[in-house]
Design a protein around this ligand. Structure first.
Ligand code: DQA
Length: 145
């Protein structure tokens, strides 16, 4: 499998840069995409980057990654805490999924402490801001080495 990593971002992440910057930082999603493309290149990987506010589109993107992507990085936003459909989709596909959250969800409200993704993910990286995506790419490169 070629080293393509699909990076999927869920609801409200299109507002990064202006949204709750104390929690999520000042980088925009476009900044994160550019940083991921650079790091992926250094690691011998390439990235396809998507954002949607629609839960069903995330399910479709996970299905589409199967058999095409070497790995998926998934920040499902608030759907992380609610979506059995995303849990089932991650479970249904062969491709490893790395869960990423910018904020430390375990240091926030109780409703953010439960992840539907974590039990079916290859691993989770939370609380390191935008750097979390780069750490996920590093983990994927290491897993493939
Ligand atoms: C988030 C954490 C979620 O709880 C929240 O709903 C988000 C962003 C993060 O990256 O920290 O939208 O996934």
């Amino acid at each position: 499998m070629a080293g393509i990593v699909h990076i999927l971002n869920g609801p409200n992440l299109n507002l990064l840069g202006t949204r709750e910057t104390d929690t999520y930082g000042s980088q925009t999603l476009a900044d994160i995409e550019a940083a991921c493309a650079t790091r992926a290149g250094e690691l011998g990987l390439s990235v396809e980057f998507h954002q949607t506010n629609d839960e069903g589109v995330l399910v479709d993107r996970l299905h589409a990654a199967n058999g095409k992507a070497a790995a998926v990085i998934l920040n499902a936003g608030a759907y992380t805490h609610t979506s059995i459909a995303l849990h089932d989709a991650v479970r249904a596909i062969e491709v490893p999924v790395v869960e990423v959250h910018l904020s430390n969800v375990y240091a926030r409200e109780d409703f953010r402490h439960r992840s539907m993704i974590a039990p079916v993910a290859a691993g989770s990286i939370v609380g390191f801001g935008a750097r979390g995506y780069l750490l996920a790419l590093q983990a994927i490169a290491d897993m493939r080495a």
